[in-house]
Design a protein around this ligand. Structure first.
Ligand code: FAD
Ligand code: SF4
Length: 512
């Protein structure tokens, strides 16, 4: 008598041939399940481009697995009998196939993993080896430490993974971090390279039609979808960046420019997060480019730090601290998210540009997310769950494990400072230095208390004043409070009054 098949689940962000689950199962005996389910497409109003990417990449991956000899049961969103949830589909298919064990990989998101762990199926869990630092290894690193700074974690990751090291084991070039070289504004005549663009095939066109019809209530533009949906195309996007973007990535990592959504950024996060790229390979390619003198060290180190430092670190924090982490609100913020986050209709040019680009492409680079839309939410005291849900909804690369620590922790300082010893707050001056937005703005960046004063300016000082008790003892904030205290009392009062007026306008539902 033949043995009962085992059922292996592949989620939409687990599209990798290297999963342990695939090694544990046998194509001759076992069945893989891939299911498009309503629950996963709607728990926030995901950007339509994200839904297109995930569904199309799933369909392509199912095809590739079949070509490798696997039996794949693929449930489309509109298939009759689709239960609408991952657990529902696992139950349905286990019963239907009379399967024995159900093999699954650790989930990216706590929400889904909890549901799967709570169900009564005979689950066999596999570690997600696409990450270089396991949840357990991160917990071991964190244990007994007074503070969980990314920088310390990152040094350990460089050593353990033998990346950018001198023969004696020290850091390449003598320093672990070249961030001080990576803050240049973009010179007028410098432009980012055009990003690689990928034509939609028949599978993707079908998915685009489905999404166009079915997700009309989600924010964001469907037209012109040109993102890779296969491993081969994701690799081509990566090669394009290596050849044209990486060398200048370090220098202009923090710069923003109108009409240049990608500048010298890789645009790979959405592909990487679903398994179309492999982080080890990316790091090795970057190191090789530096050793062959194709790119400078500040670019290679800066890029590797994002991948094995920040990316692995935020995942570690997420799994260490969930589910309590999502409830944190260190600064006690309560203000609802302004409506203009969903349509970009604001006179603040920087905000209108970043939100507009986000709704158009489902993409903004790190500094746009951190220092424009994020900075505004911090200064305006937006309730963390509302701004977190916004970031989860509008980006193609958004998954709770990476979005939440970045938004709740790095942007909103709602965890009290795991991700930064001080909040990333800034006035309009920062945006003026790093972008070309202010010249086209209805507000004046050199004004603060006047009616036409840049809202970031008064809100910045208002933020410092209203949180003085919390931050004034922080040595990294001493300079800022020194500046505030050196102001004439009348100036401080005027800044407070203007800040109050701006916040009152937000509370009244007005657009700034
Ligand atoms: P590049 O600038 O070219 O960087 C290379 C890679 O490094 C990225 O692809 C990404 O994988 C990794 N990386 C860089 N910074 C971070 C970081 N802070 N955390 C984790 N990985 C990082 N990234 C996501 O993948 N998903 C999210 O949902 C997400 N939400 C964010 C929310 C906020 C408020 C902020 C400030 C950042 C968020 N990030 C998120 C991190 C970062 O903004 C994006 O990874 C990056 O902009 C993706 O574009 P890119 O591929 O061109 O990145
Ligand atoms: Fe943004 Fe202020 Fe500059 Fe306008 S003036 S673009 S609101 S920073």
């Amino acid at each position: 008598m033949s043995k009962a098949p085992r059922l292996g689940l592949l989620l939409g962000d687990q599209l990798s041939f290297d999963l342990d689950l695939l090694r544990a199962l046998d194509p001759a005996r076992d069945v893989l399940l891939m299911a498009e389910v309503e629950d996963e497409t709607r728990y926030v109003p995901h950007h339509p481009r994200k839904i297109i990417l995930v569904l199309s990449a799933m369909r392509h991956f199912a095809q590739a697995l079949r070509e490798r000899g696997w039996r794949v049961e693929y449930v489309t969103l509109e298939a009759p009998g689709n239960s609408g949830s991952i657990v529902g589909e696992l139950r349905r298919w286990q019963k239907k196939l009379k399967a024995g064990e159900v093999h699954v990989t650790e989930c990216g998101e706590w929400r889904l993993e909890q549901r799967m762990r709570d169900c009564d199926l005979p689950m066999v869990w596999h570690r997600d080896r696409r990450f270089l630092c396991s949840r357990e290894a991160f917990a071991r690193w964190a244990e007994g430490r007074n503070n969980l700074r990314m920088e310390n974690f990152y040094h350990g990751m460089r050593k353990r993974n033998r990346l950018l090291l001198e023969p004696d084991g020290g850091p390449a070039g003598g320093a672990w971090n070249y961030d001080h070289d990576n803050r240049k504004p973009l010179p007028r005549k410098v432009h980012g390279p055009f990003t690689a663009s990928f034509k939609a095939d028949a599978i993707t066109r079908d998915v685009i039609d489905l999404v166009r019809e079915r997700f009309t209530d989600h924010y964001g533009n469907v037209e012109g979808f040109d993102y890779p949906v296969t491993h081969a195309d994701a690799e081509a996007l990566w090669r394009h960046f290596l050849d044209h973007g990486l060398a200048a990535f370090g220098d202009y990592q923090d710069a923003m420019a109108e009409g240049e959504p990608y500048l010298f950024h890789a645009r790979i996060s959405a592909a990487l997060n679903i398994g179309l790229l492999d982080v080890r390979q990316l790091c090795e390619d970057v190191e090789r480019a530096w050793r062959h003198k194709q790119v400078p060290l500040n670019a290679a180190e800066g890029f590797i730090r994002q991948l094995i430092g920040w990316r692995e670190y935020v995942r570690g924090i997420y799994w260490l601290r969930m589910p309590e982490y999502a409830q944190l609100n260190f600064l006690g913020n309560r203000r609802p998210l302004p409506e203009f986050y969903w349509d970009g209709q604001t006179d603040m040019r920087c905000m209108a540009q970043v939100i507009g680009q986000t709704l158009e492409l489902g993409y903004a680079h790190h500094i746009q997310r951190l220092m424009v839309t994020g900075n505004f939410a911090l200064l305006a005291g937006i309730a963390p769950p509302q701004i977190c849900d916004w970031y989860l909804a509008v980006y193609m690369d958004a998954y709770d494990w990476v979005e939440l620590p970045n938004t709740l922790g790095m942007v909103m300082h709602a965890d009290g400072g795991y991700l930064g010893s001080k909040p990333y707050c800034a006035s309009g001056k920062y945006i003026q230095r790093m972008s070309d937005h202010c010249g086209n703005c209805a507000y004046r960046v050199d004004h603060a208390v006047e009616e036409d004063g840049c809202p970031f300016n008064a809100l910045y000082w208002h933020f410092l004043m209203r949180h003085r008790q919390v931050f004034s003892g922080n040595p990294r904030m001493a300079l800022l409070y020194g500046n505030l205290d050196r102001m004439k009392a009348a100036r401080r009062e005027a800044l407070w009054a203007r800040g109050e007026a701006l916040l009152a306008r937000l509370d009244a539902g007005e657009r700034l």
